[in-house]
Ligand binder design. Structure first.
Ligand code: ZN
Length: 91
């Protein structure tokens, strides 16, 4: 099987930013801008809602997926944090 989407590194880098994860807030329409490979149990998505961005992670449980979201940031900052997540500099 060939993976097209990126994978999150197994380990955090030393000094990586620690993200806080919250219950998802519904409301505004959410658009996924980027996502990690779904061959792993935990899938991360860079999401946009209105002018803001955030990261959503979904643990693909058999019965019910467990969804968590970060704070919302200006979209440029959310993209930076997304890039950090993909390189193990944030988790
Ligand atoms: Zn994969």
């Amino acid at each position: 099987m060939t993976c097209v989407s990126p994978h999150i590194p197994d380990r955090r880098q030393p000094g990586a930013m620690k993200l806080q994860w919250f219950e998802p807030s519904d409301g505004a329409r959410v658009r996924a801008l980027a996502w990690t490979c779904d061959c792993l149990a935990m899938v991360y998505e860079l999401c946009q809602a209105g002018g803001q961005g955030f990261i959503r992670r979904t643990l693909q449980n058999e019965d019910a997926p467990e969804i968590r979201e970060t704070h919302r940031w200006p979209i440029a900052q959310a993209r930076d944090i997304w890039a950090a997540l993909l390189t193990g500099m944030a988790r």
